[in-house]
Design a protein around this ligand. Structure first.
Ligand SMILES: [Zn+2]
Length: 439
């Protein structure tokens, strides 16, 4: 059944629209900062990024679990890099799972972002909106009905998660997906899924988000203020497995990017099967000769061999090492090729919560630098910017290797981009500027 035929088009009044926004700001955690400041460091965000949507109508969708409330608030102006200019430094903080289980992590990082006019990507696990009493509704590929490697949330935690999702979207953050059952091993691993399996998984993730009222019976609660079937344009697979077979399905669905690739470096992104490929990236790992992927799990694997409760005497060093690693990744990109920098995390309390502190510390460090050309954005916003660029300019930027500064400085480097076709068509392969020999 298509999204359109599922949809009951219920147009309500402006009063209902305000009701949605009020509910979005009424969290019991008290952490929401209301209208967030505009992005001082980027100068790129329009208006008050935390303000409610200016829509005058709310169109409830389906059973009223979600609603079309108009354009998302807090979105940046998309500009175009001109020849001779220095590219902005994009940084994307992203969260896998995005469930709130009463430990305050979701509101903690929403507040951190909102306090600095930053936007983030929250990869929601669809099962986090399905009550355990209804778990047989989930039919994971190659696993029994209702199976899940991440369990199910208690009902009050589903409510907390819904509340955080409402506020996150209203503040301009992206709600993407981490899919559902998070199977990383054995016969049921997502690494073995076919494109058809991914289609089933995605359809179910969308269903859990768009039919939570039916599944919970909470028909009087406020809807999520977005049309998930339309706004969902990317995600990250569990354990970074299965991208090859996900991509054809994602492309057919019109998704715009994928962040599941584990083999990334700090270089400018390119497309794979029509989607922007935003991999986790290898970044410096202070104290080691090798590098580490920019994600909490990979720090954990290297520091405590994946044990989540190690000797607490190690925590202070590991915390500072993880923080320094993220900062080093940022600094390397900022000072050299300006490749967009991606950090991926879960809401977790591994090793006493040191990885949460590390992400916050790195974020605070980056924000405290006050660089006007640093943009803390979601993956969707990064996709918007990339899609608006001259393809010849992006090809030029991709010539720069990890840690490579532009030869002759930025003015000269981007100034040598050949004039693109006035129609905006991508240049033919091989038409980009020659690759400099410097390495
Ligand atoms: Zn995960």
């Amino acid at each position: 059944m298509s999204a359109m035929t599922r949809r009951a088009l219920l147009t309500t009044t402006a009063g209902a629209a305000a009701g949605v926004a009020v509910a979005g700001c009424g969290a019991s955690d008290g952490s929401h900062s209301g209208a967030a400041p505009s992005a001082r460091r980027t100068g790129e965000h329009s208006g008050a990024s935390g303000a409610r949507a200016p829509s005058t109508t709310v169109r409830l969708i389906g059973d009223g679990s979600t609603a079309d409330t108009g354009p998302q608030p807090g979105q940046p102006v998309v500009d175009r890099l001109e020849p001779g200019q220095t590219p902005p430094q994009f940084v994307v903080f992203s969260w896998d799972g995005a469930g709130e289980i009463g430990n305050g992590l979701f509101p903690r990082f929403r507040k951190l972002a909102d306090d600095h006019g930053a936007k983030m990507t929250f990869n929601l696990s669809g099962l986090y909106l399905l009550p355990e009493s209804r778990k047989l509704q989930y039919a994971p590929p190659n696993s029994p009905l209702g199976a899940s490697d991440i369990g199910y949330l208690a009902d009050d935690h589903i409510r907390m998660t819904l509340d955080n999702l409402r506020q996150a979207w209203t503040a301009g953050h992206e709600i993407a997906t981490h899919f559902n059952g998070h199977f990383c091993a054995g016969a049921g691993s997502v690494g073995r899924w076919t494109p058809a399996d991914w289609k089933s998984e995605i359809d179910q993730a969308v269903a859990f988000v768009t039919q939570w009222k039916t599944n919970t019976g909470w028909h009087d609660d406020e809807p999520l203020p977005f049309d998930y079937a339309k706004t969902l344009v990317g995600g990250r697979t569990p354990c970074l497995l299965g991208q090859d077979n996900l991509l054809p399905t994602a492309a057919a669905l019109g998704w715009r990017y994928d962040t599941s690739n584990p083999g990334g470096n700090q270089t400018w992104p390119d497309k794979m099967q029509g989607l922007w490929n935003f991999p986790l990236q290898l970044i410096p790992f202070p104290g080691h000769t090798f590098e580490v992927l920019s994600m909490d799990y990979n720090m954990l694997a290297n520091q405590s061999h994946a044990a989540t409760k190690s000797d607490p005497r190690n925590y202070p060093y590991w915390r500072s090492q993880a923080t320094a690693s993220y900062i080093a990744g940022f600094q390397r990109a900022y000072e050299t090729n300006r490749a967009p920098f991606y950090i991926g995390n879960h809401f977790e309390d591994w090793n006493g919560g040191i990885y949460m502190d590390a992400v916050e510390g790195a974020f605070q460090h980056i924000a405290s630098l006050g660089y006007k050309d640093v943009r803390l954005v979601s993956f969707q916003q990064l996709s918007d910017w990339l899609d608006a660029q001259d393809p010849a300019m992006l090809a030029r930027l991709r010539e720069l290797e990890v840690g490579q500064q532009p030869v002759g400085g930025w003015k000269r480097f981007t100034g040598q981009v050949p004039a693109s076709d006035a129609t905006g068509a991508a240049p033919a392969a091989g038409a980009a500027a020659p690759v400099p020999s410097a390495t």
